[in-house]
Design a protein around this ligand. Sequence first.
Ligand code: SF4
Ligand code: SF4
Length: 158
Amino acid sequence: MKYVGGCTQCKTCEKVCPLNGIKVTDKPEFNLCYGCSNCAYFCPAGAIKPNLEYFDVLLAEGAGAAQSKFKRQYYVTFLKNITKECDCESDPKGIIAKDKGVLLSNDIVAIDKAAYDVITSKGTDDVFLKHNKKTGLEHVKAAEKMGMGKSAYILVEG
Ligand code: SF4
Ligand code: SF4
């Protein structure tokens, strides 16, 4: 992340960094960072920007690159064992939502939007925002903007 000027020393960035990696004196100093982008999203002064792009946009771009290699695509999302951190991490930091079942779709954006809605009761109980200080929708918005799919969906229960 980079400081682009205008810091008001509110220290919001210190509070939202999951690594406690920022120290604010007259401006933010980045001591530890894995690029989650929380500090940039939350800085009220717009004083922090990503070096490359917001994490969620990069995530969507990576998925888009993989998606472009396949003519037909079907997606399966297991809404089970939903953890605070990514379940690929050695310590995903505990379950934050009840199991909700399995989703199937041929649209990568629709299935992620549906997953978010099912887990959070359409955003009224955003456990991602609560636990990670960031909504679980940023990458969905980015992927839709890139034309990877549509966030509108019809949920058919079976
Ligand atoms: S959140 Fe922004 S304005 Fe507040 S201390 Fe951090 S860089 Fe400065
Ligand atoms: S991008 Fe995330 S990990 Fe890096 S300094 Fe900002 S809040 Fe901390």
